[in-house]
Write a protein that binds this ligand. Sequence first.
Ligand code: HAM
Length: 429
Amino acid sequence: MDSSLSKLKGFREFYPEEMESRRLVFNKMRDTSIRFNFREIDAPSVENFEIFRKKSGDEIINQTFSFLDKAGRHVTLIPEITPVVARMVSNVKNVPMPQKWFSIPKLWRYEEPQSGRLREFYQYNADIFGSSSVYSDSEIIILSQSILNDLGLRNKYTTRISDRYLAENILKSEGIENVDEIFKIIDKMEKVGREKIKEMLSGIAGEDRASRIMEIFSLSGKFDEISGKIEYSERMEYIGRLNDILKDMDCGNYMFDFSIVRGLAYYTGIVFETHDYKREFRAVLGGGRYDRLTEMFGSHIPAVGFGMGDAVLELLMRRENVWPGPKRNLDFFVVIIGNYITEGLRLVKMLRENGFSADYDPDFRSVQKQMKMAEREGARFSLIMGEEELKNNTVTMKDMDSGVQNKIGMDDLIQKLRKYNLPKNHFHS
Ligand code: HAM
């Protein structure tokens, strides 16, 4: 095939089986979010480049799929949704706070494609707007863990928590003004290793300060293990309260790790990242508090949230054997024999209108072939309609699992079929 016709690198196609599995995963995320009283939103996929340039930070900016549109505007496919959601919440007048929103947009980042890193991916997002409470920080962290637990990943991950506010104050007390530059370096700790980081820090802050900075940003462990080693006590009290809530709520899989600073520029408080417990993959999710992002839209709405891409999540779920297999939802396959097409189609229509899923062979091939198709389509039952059935006002129902066949009278057919307890809502199952 002409290579200009092939799929672009870092993009995915989803065949029905893959889409079914993904739908199950996304709907689990939706269910958990709704149990936490979050409400779903959606937003445009193309935005003014400016909305990201201001606050997202260089890393994301260098990865945008941006272009000039026909009117000469500099626009971009969205690399993240957070600034867009911040604009949405800023634009609603008199909205009661807090607002708890979630979304599952597609995002685009021009990264070097590799395992868990793509140029187009889905990213679940959840954010709480309008509350500065430490209980909103904990709610977001607990939600992120509950989603992973509900997806079958309990105890398969570790959440690492840090604090941008504390880190910023420590750096300022060391006389460092350009804290963002230091954060950018620290953020690379995993990638380039400690030695290289120390060298880079020394270049900016001198060797002594670089050693002290390294010491603090290398602290990690349980709260009690690190709290004594940090002086900035008022803020440590805040982090201690967060720790108490997470402990009281039996969140087992978390620790504090000051090497987490997060690549995005807008975070102002607690930040966190969750990795699989073997640390085989990059972060499955990341987030934090960003109290000043809405200032760009003329409002002052505190916020905290996180984003979780589908790519790393899938790698992790597959490794742990909890990625759902494809699931078909065909309740009935109507096998239509002879000249009874209209009657057969009426039956299909009636089933569909009554909430069942139903299908038939549009080529009306032999009974044997129609039965094969019923099997292939994963039908729970097939309903056979032919001359004899019509004469007796019945339909023959075959249980596709057991092979058992029954004749059922057409009167009150729907009522009778309801007894089989087929799933009521095909959208969710
Ligand atoms: P982020 O750390 O840039 O944060 O992305 C969060 C997650 O999205 C990552 O942990 C990863 O699972 C996934 N992700 C990021 N880039 C890629 C990629 N190229 N391919 C596949 N997956 C990827 C944010 O985006 C923030 N806006 C999250 C947030 C929401 N903070 C507050 N609210």
